[in-house]
Design a protein around this ligand. Structure first.
Ligand SMILES: [Zn+2]
Length: 146
């Protein structure tokens, strides 16, 4: 028995994709998207936030410093972006599941998921976090050795 949200098999030769056809549901969109996660804007924002905190450290109390640091951390996460390989669109990482361009809808109708060699956006974010964390540790240890 089929689920109501599961599309019926489509023959790409005889069944053209309707122009305004619905795409996959939001919770399944990630399986049909090919996205590249871009944390560089967030890294620039993080460096600026780090600069603001370093500037304010010692000039204001620690509780006021936390009041400044908390919104900066939130802004850091909002600045993470994605790029769609299919259409070139750019958007915020946390809104990526709403992105459905015609190629994604085509994959959905053809029941063809994104290629397995492209890591999902959440996996890319974890890899970026590891790389940035290791890079930050190496940078900080190189500073403290001098
Ligand atoms: Zn797209």
């Amino acid at each position: 028995m089929r689920n109501a949200s599961t599309p019926t098999p489509r023959d790409p030769e005889f069944d053209p994709v309707p122009f305004h056809s619905p795409g996959p549901p939001q919770h399944l969109a990630r399986y049909y998207q090919i996205l590249i996660v871009n944390p560089f804007l967030a890294m620039i924002g993080g460096a600026c936030g780090w600069g603001v905190i370093a500037y304010l450290d010692g000039k204001v109390s620690h509780s006021n410093l936390l009041l400044v640091a908390f919104p900066l951390v939130l802004i850091f996460f909002v600045l993470i972006q994605y790029h769609c390989v299919d259409c070139g669109a750019t958007g915020l990482f946390f809104g990526r599941e709403r992105h459905q361009c015609p190629r994604i809808r085509d994959r959905w109708h053809e029941r063809r998921m994104s290629p397995p060699y492209v890591p999902r956006a959440s996996a890319q974010l974890v890899l970026w976090a590891l790389a940035i964390g290791v890079g930050t540790l190496v940078f900080l240890t190189s500073i403290h050795r001098r």
